[in-house]
Design a protein around this ligand. Structure first.
Ligand code: PXP
Length: 244
């Protein structure tokens, strides 16, 4: 079974639109857990546009499942992770002007720096994951620096329009997932996934964990967080049953 980690960043986005206390990403996280999510993901961005430091602490303290903290590879974030001790950190590239994470981390060009962060995280008992594009060179570099896992960026796959392009990107994801598993890395995926596009991703046998946020939070507006999560888990299970 694939684990679903629900990303609750955009509950905080709505709260921050008014700089008030509702809606609460913590409450959303607890509802997601109650509905079967195996973990909660949050991205503490350098500009604090949605999740705040206090959310990280409150969510880490209150959830009974696992916290996956997405963060940029900066000294500030590394210190914060060591203070909070989430179950896992996922390093992502971050640009101030972007609306959301735009691509995978370039591991190849910063192996030494990332390796030092990896040492500090694993030394603190925190699993170390890297968000990368489905690119074999990036997979190999992730293994070289000692990552526990890679999360493949499905963003491009979810944005393509023609069946041929989608199929070609899926193939890249399958090949990269196989390579990562062969190298001993655990394999995760996420970005832009919804009820329509998640099944072929869930069908990739090496993938163990999916991080899904924006769509679930959007869907929660119509049908509630619990139903949105339950429906996503059902859809993922249907996809996994069609293993590729
Ligand atoms: N994985 C990573 C590394 C991300 O940065 C995000 C977005 O915060 C997600 C997964 C989830 O993407 P989405 O919100 O589009 O489901």
């Amino acid at each position: 079974m694939i684990r679903l980690f629900v990303n609750v960043d955009h509950v905080a986005t709505v709260r921050e639109a008014r700089k008030t206390i509702e809606p609460s990403p913590l409450k959303a996280a607890l509802l997601a857990e109650k509905s079967g999510a195996q973990g909660i993901t949050i991205h503490l961005r350098e500009d604090r546009r949605h999740i705040q430091d206090s959310d990280v602490k409150a969510i880490q303290k209150a959830i009974r499942t696992k916290l996956n903290l997405e963060m940029a590879p900066t000294r500030e974030m590394v210190d914060l992770a060591l203070e909070t001790r989430p179950y896992q950190v996922s390093l992502v590239p971050e640009k101030r002007q972007e609306i959301t994470t735009e691509g995978g981390l370039d591991v190849c060009s910063q192996e030494n720096e990332l390796s030092l962060i990896r040492e500090r995280m694993q030394g603190g008992g925190i699993l170390f994951s890297l968000f990368i594009d489905p690119d074999l060179a990036q997979v190999d570099a992730s293994q070289r620096i000692g990552a526990d896992s890679v999360e493949f960026n499905t963003g491009k796959y979810t944005e393509l329009e023609t069946p041929e392009e989608i199929e070609a990107e899926l193939e890249r994801l399958k090949i990269a997932a196989k390579r990562a598993a062969e190298k001993g890395l655990r394999v995760f995926a996420g970005h832009g996934l919804n009820y329509d596009n998640v099944k072929p991703i869930a069908a990739i046998p090496e993938i163990e964990e999916l991080n899904i946020g924006h769509f679930i939070v959007g869907q929660a507006i119509y049908i509630g967080m619990e139903n949105a999560v339950i429906e996503m888990i059902r859809t993922i299970k249907m996809g996994r049953a069609q293993k590729s």
